[in-house]
Write a protein that binds this ligand. Sequence first.
Ligand code: IVH
Length: 661
Amino acid sequence: MTDKDIIQEYKKLCEEVNYHNDRYYNQDSPEISDYEYDMLLRRLETIEQEHPEIKSETSPTLLVGGKASAKFSEVEHTVPMLSLHDSFSHEELLDFDRRVREVVASPIYVVEPKFDGLSVSVEYENGILVRASTRGDGFVGEDITDNILTIKNLPHRLKKPLPYLEVRGEVFMSNESFLRLLKKQEENEEKPFKNPRNAAAGSLRQKNSEITKQRELDIFIFNIQQIIGAEITSHKQSLDYIGELGLPKPPFYNCFTSMEKAIDEVERIGAMRGELPYQIDGAVIKLNDYDGRELLGSTAKFPRWAEAYKFPPEEKATKLLDIEINVGRTGALTPTGVFEPITLAGTTVSRAVLHNEDFIKEKDIRIGDTVILRKAGEIIPEVVSLKEHGENTVPFKMPELCPSCGGPVVREKDEAAIRCTNTDCPAQLMRHLIHFVSRDAMDIDGLGPAVLERFVNEGMVSSPVDLYSLDYDKIAAFDGMGELSAANLRKSIEKSKSNELYRLVFALGIRHIGQKAAKLLCEHFGTVEAIMQADSDEISAIDGFGRIMADSVCEYFSLDSTKELINKLRELGVKMPAAQKRTADSKFSGKTFVLTGTLPTMKRSEASKIIESLGGKTSSSVSKKTDYVLAGEEAGSKLTKAQNLGITILSENEFMEMVKG
Ligand code: IVH
């Protein structure tokens, strides 16, 4: 390669890596697998080592993670949150061992899983959780205290009231919670998260901590960043102590006196990867002794006393035996591949969703072909590519009629999905009913798919309306039901009549309208009548709504069948209570507040919430851009800086006056 070629490749790689960094760290929506990303970064590092003269000062190899977003206030990390150097082979781990032994005579290594989630710092003062932040660029992260407080396995109070503790850990979503979330997203026709890591990142960076709470995140704590009140001299001791404080420590960590034995442990962890209830993407090997760590030190990006070993993704070839078509709630026909069963990352895989016609065409996969399967994020199997066409295979064609009802199907402009247009299609009815009664919608207990199917087959239910005029004597006589089950079902159905309005709006299954959009709609218009009268411009003016969503709502409520449905539901006792209208108050719009010291009656997080609800922003550092400093007792350097800069200082009382005034 000529110098010119290398420079060109280098520039292109920098751009590519920066682009994927942004997708991964800031948008929680990566386009390539972690492995592909690692390989790009590797190539970039190799070029920089071989041609140091062309290395850019802004090279992505010098960066740690993402940057803090403007959504949250900033937190400066007193101890930088460094990343780990990655290895992909045993030789590289032996190289790491050689580098360590040049400085430390008989190293002991601790090996632990490398959890695949989001790195956070959590601080405790006098044993109470006071602050949590994301890693950000390693030096400045985002304040996510409110969201961290929703994580059930993280105590708000330590078992010992240490004066100060900063720990570092990984927030993640368990496989089970991820699958539950995917199901919900599918029901709501929301764009699904690609893997548990993105789901965890997206959930942790929610402005509304209620949403974070529903996402059921978990955390493992794997490092003490700073501690006052206890003497710790080794990593093993630190993890034991983390456990004694009541914090969730890694489920296993073991010590080894040689790298060979540590490598055996890495392999053992790799082999159990598929059986763990959460995702790991590798193992971490850490020097145990803190004095040794001190001697080895760190580069700008990584500690020299630890090394990550990344597992490669498991991919396998198998035969595509058939393509099945399922009909969804909104009539979308979704193709699913049926494969000769194979074992991938610990579980048997025989099916994978093929998304839509375009996906199948683009990969050119046909029934009878051999294809490569991979587990995306190690959970959901996906087709990576075609390996080879089978003999005499023909391109796949989506059916021209609905496989459930035989009705006509259409592909609308700008849509990848093909839909059945028959509103009486039984597949659609079943999905619609399942959605209507689901927990996030009308939340009717005792109406699982099997019971609903029975009602449909018996001709008792052909629309959600029929659920409100059921013949309970007939139901009590069903096999496996009885008086008690029928009475319980009646109770749940009666209870659902008083549900908040947004539940019904969501339950109706309007295309593009998930639970969040339904809430916004109800908070904006108050009543179902007002929603029915709104035009698309009014609806799309709601923050969080786009034109497609607004048009979908208008179209749905303009149908005579919808008006009839709403009237009938009301006649049958569904109350549709008016929703509390949200008034847009922007008293603090464009204003930045810094909170410091202990306020007399209010928690700082409460004050932040008030500021944000009135359109203001909070920041953790005082600068010329700060408009107000809300100061309590023992406000330190921030107050002095604010005074020097002539910034308005507010007491809690003055602040509350402003809020009310
Ligand atoms: S130690 C100063 N231990 O991996 C060293 N990191 O790729 C601190 N991670 O940002 C890191 N499991 O978020 C460490 N057992 C573990 C880990 C772990 C997951 C994450 C961590 C770090 C990333 C680096």
